[in-house]
Structures are given as C-alpha cells and as structure tokens.
Design a protein around this ligand. Structure first.
Ligand code: ADP
Ligand code: MG
Length: 248
C-alpha cells in the first residue's frame, strides 16, 4: 500500500441525487487519494451504483461537487469524454461486445478514441491479456469464455485507455464461486501496482487484502468511512457491524 499524496484524485463533496421524488444520494462525500483502493459496501439499494455512475458522469448529480484530477466535473459535460477516458469502469455483467474477440474488445477504444493502428492496439491488447493472466484467450469470443475470463477481459478493456481511476461495480457478484478468486487476484495485483480504485464489493477478503479505506453506505448516505486498519481492527459503527454480520 503506497502512501497517499496530499491531494485526492477524486473528491466527492456533498453530492445529492434524486430519481423523481426518491432521494437516492444524500450529501455523500468521499475522497480517493492516488494509488489508494477504496472498497464500498452496503445493502442493496443503498446507492452504491448510483454513486459510481455519478462519478463516471453516467448520471448527473443534482447537487454538490465532484472534482476529478483537479477539475470540477460535476455538471460540465464538456469534460465528459475526457473523464470517461480517464476512468475505467467494470460492471457486474461484463458487458463485452459479443461479436468481437477478447483482443478486439480491448483494441476498440485505443483504435477508435486514441487513433492507434491495429498493430499497436493489438500489442496493447496482448500485454493486457497477459496482465489479467489469459494471454491464450486473445482470439476467443465472449461466449467461448468463462464468466471469470470474461470479467478479466472487461478489466483489460478498461485498462486499455490507461485510466487514472478504476471503478468496479460488484465485479464478482455474477460469478460462480470458483471464478471469483481469479478476478479478485487480478484486481488486487492492480491495486498493489498503484492503480487508484473504487470497488463496490462484499468480498471482505479482498477488502482486507487490498483496501486502504472502507466506506459503508446505507439509505443513500455514507455512514462509515474508515481506514482498513480501523475497520478490521474493530472500530466499526454499529450499523456497519450489523450489516457485516449478515453478509459474512
Ligand atoms: P445499490 O447499487 O447500492 O444497490 P443503486 O444505486 O443501484 O443501489 O440504487 C439505489 C436506489 O436508486 C434504488 O432504490 C434504485 O431503485 C434507485 N434507482 C437507481 N437507478 C435509478 C433510475 N435510473 N431511476 C429510478 N430509480 C433508480
Ligand atoms: Mg449496485
């Protein structure tokens, strides 16, 4: 775990988000420092995905501010394409392009967005497939891969644009138990290499291994924001403790 520098890469300051009359995020704040991994836990419906979607500008926040890499990105959509290039997102259901091979899935953004040649993009894809430990699967299509392999391709695809921040939304919750480990191992490697990450997951083994900070959300609020040492050392708020006792 690297020491943080003193300015957060991502600074979420009191954001609000409603859908209709339902207030889904209530003045949520969170700092993510460079090279740190923040794990977000909390009951279903507590707003975890919405928080990530606001950061990635998939949903506009109604109030508050989000600073990314020193820029207020909250409501200025002129920054959206740059922000999305700099933030890699991994979803529960992989969301690979089914008609493209593993390598082609990874090559797409470098070619289309950065204008790389096919050859250069292929080199990047092969490096990333090695990094996620499936170099032999380059020419396989998603439906020829296991869920764990598909998710590792999705991680490689997100890494292809050299993001400054990775967001993972329950990346292993659609996977059979035997595949969860191989995905978490890749994520833990990336975190150890200094990839700044926000991970929504209930895999507390991963949190223990890779997280610098643990955030507990409930009913759209950040209830707990603790260092890993505080959290696993037992200084946990009662509601977070109750939630943990239910999932462990
Ligand atoms: P979590 O990821 O913690 O399970 P979500 O952020 O997905 O929670 O959802 C929080 C709440 O917001 C839920 O009650 C959900 O039904 C609601 N919600 C999420 N997205 C939308 C949307 N696009 N329109 C209306 N309600 C939504
Ligand atoms: Mg969710």
């Amino acid at each position: 775990m690297a020491a943080p520098d003193n300015k957060p890469l991502l600074e979420i300051i009191g954001i609000d988000k409603s859908f209709g009359s339902a207030r889904i995020l209530k003045t949520c704040s969170l700092n993510v420092f460079r090279k740190q991994t923040v794990v977000v836990i909390g009951p279903s419906g507590s707003g975890k995905s919405t928080l990530l979607r606001c950061v990635n500008l998939l949903e506009p926040a109604d109030g508050g501010n989000i600073f990314f890499d020193g820029i207020d990105i909250t409501r200025d959509l002129r920054n959206a394409s740059k922000v999305r290039r700099d933030i890699g997102m991994v979803f529960q259901n992989f969301e690979l392009f089914q008609h493209l091979s593993a390598a082609e899935n990874i090559m797409l953004a470098p070619m289309k967005v950065s204008g790389l040649s096919k050859l250069d993009a292929h080199d990047i894809a092969m490096q990333l497939l090695a990094k996620v430990r499936i170099p032999e699967k380059a020419d396989f299509f998603p439906d020829e891969l296991s869920g764990g392999q598909q998710q590792r391709v999705a991680i490689a695809r997100a890494l292809a644009m050299k993001p400054k921040l990775m967001l993972y939304d329950e990346p292993t919750s659609a996977l059979d138990p035997e595949m969860i480990r191989e995905v978490l191992d890749v994520m833990a490697d990336l975190s150890a290499d200094g990839m700044t990450s926000v991970v929504v997951t209930h895999e507390m083994g991963f949190a223990k291994r890779a997280a610098d900070q643990i955030v507990f959300m409930e009913n759209g609020e950040v209830i707990e924001n603790a260092t890993s040492e505080q959290f696993f050392g037992g200084t946990v708020n009662d509601r977070a403790r109750l939630f943990l006792s239910q999932i462990l």
